[in-house]
Design a protein around this ligand. Structure first.
Ligand SMILES: Nc1ncnc2c1ncn2[C@@H]1O[C@H](COP(=O)(O)OP(=O)(O)OP(=O)(O)O)[C@@H](O)[C@H]1O
Ligand SMILES: [Mg+2]
Length: 392
């Protein structure tokens, strides 16, 4: 795919094979603000679906909008596609105001949740349809359809009808139908929701690879946090029409900024307490559910006594039969539930206070140690770097 594949050369693959957005270290360029969403509000009568969202998406980036049902993800995407008007605010694509572009000239294409393929048309006719409407014909039409079907590995199914394809194959045709028009911005609304888990995981990798090769900027909506983590360069967690947190999957997982974000991305243990000592490089928190103080090796901004919540991920918690050394970040309890998950095992430990702490032990570790079993008295413990202080 001509212009777009040359654009992707400027965005080398990252360590995990995904695109690293270009030009991040060299100050703000147009590439950084390829899509600009500025203070966008959307009202449907009394309902405010989107409440002042601002967001920039970089050229060549795969960006995910993540959030629970009804939080405004599709509405935001539909505004980007120009299918819904903006009540307040502005959307710029490649520096141009979307509202001022005529619909046929918008460099955007959207793949809907239900792929909406034409059932009576073959795969190639489905893919050719939009191009024909644009007046593309003859050899160019044929070439572009064939190239894009090869890209999504569907060339051998060109003559089939949609009902003769699997869900994953239909999804690839829907993608081909959008990519063939060479949009600058591709919008995907829950692209994998019709697929079962196994096909879904394989399709996620395929989709990242295809987008990588084409180099198209993509904004994807999903309510599946694993999918967003796996696919996206960056993601935004949305709640009630607003962005709660924005960052790379690593940043959002390791440094959630609110209880909502910590619980929405992955699972976590939350301990409520009050700040009893706050220094620039550490903080002590007294949590009624724990017998000892919590010690976190980063400071916060706020007064002594301030109520906070400490988030500790299950994989950061160690389980021991013997009392661990140290006077912070520990609790004693009983194993009240064990769930074998394959690669890891989930332990529920009910502390003396009644608080249930969840710990993940990798199956590798369990094979090597005398691991606790149901009903055992155990200690839970974590390091000063495992906790994140949340103030809202
Ligand atoms: N055309 C409409 N008229 C009135 N209200 C609407 C309209 N479209 C969406 N809404 C409302 O706006 C809010 C956000 O809807 P939206 O479809 O954006 O949610 P979503 O995050 O995509 O949810 P889901 O994950 O269920 O698809 C909801 O409360 C919804 O009922
Ligand atoms: Mg939706």
């Amino acid at each position: 795919m001509s212009e777009q594949s040359s654009a992707s050369k400027a965005t080398p693959s990252g360590p995990n094979g995904r695109r690293e957005p270009g030009g991040i270290s060299s100050g703000v360029s147009l590439d950084d603000n390829f899509v600009q969403i500025i203070d966008v509000v959307k009202k449907f009568g009394e309902t405010t679906a989107v409440r002042g969202v601002s967001l920039s998406v970089r050229n060549g980036e795969l960006f995910a909008l993540l959030g629970s049902s009804g939080c405004g993800k599709s509405t935001l995407l539909r505004m980007l596609a120009g299918l819904e008007s903006v009540t307040e605010g502005q959307i710029l694509i490649d520096g141009e105001d979307l509202a001022k572009m005529p619909p046929y000239n918008r460099p955007v294409n959207m793949v809907f949740q239900s792929y909406a393929l034409f059932p009576h048309m073959s795969v190639e006719a489905n893919v050719a349809f939009g191009l024909k409407q644009e007046g593309v014909k003859g050899g160019e039409l044929k070439d572009r359809v064939r190239n894009v079907l090869e890209l999504v590995q569907m060339a051998q199914y060109a003559k089939r009808k949609p009902h003769q394809l699997s869900g994953g194959q239909q999804q690839r045709v829907a993608l081909a139908r959008s990519l063939v028009k060479r949009p600058k911005l591709l919008l995907l609304d829950e692209p994998m929701s019709a697929l079962d888990k196994q096909i879904r995981q394989r399709t996620q990798i395929e989709l990242v690879n295809i987008l990588d090769r084409v180099g198209v900027t993509c904004i994807m909506v999903t309510h599946d946090q694993e999918e967003a983590m796996m696919m996206a360069n960056r993601l935004a967690v949305m709640s009630e029409g607003q962005i709660v947190q924005l960052g790379t999957p690593h940043e959002v997982y390791e440094y959630p900024n609110t209880r909502f974000s910590a619980q929405f991305i992955g699972s976590t243990n939350l301990f409520d307490g009050n700040v009893v000592e706050d220094e620039p490089d550490h903080v002590f928190v007294e949590a009624p559910e724990l017998p000892v103080r919590m010690y976190v090796n980063h400071g916060i901004t706020g007064p002594l006594g301030m109520p906070v919540t400490i988030s500790v991920r299950p994989e950061r918690i160690a389980l021991t039969r013997k009392p661990p050394e140290g006077a912070y970040n520990l609790g004693r309890g009983k194993v009240t539930n064990i769930a074998y998950m394959g690669g890891y095992t989930l332990y529920h430990v009910t502390l003396d206070s009644g608080k249930v702490v969840v710990a993940n032990l990798s199956s590798l570790a369990i094979g090597e140690i005398d691991s606790p079993t149901f009903g055992d008295e155990v200690y839970v413990r974590w390091s000063a770097s495992a906790g994140v202080v949340l103030t809202s």
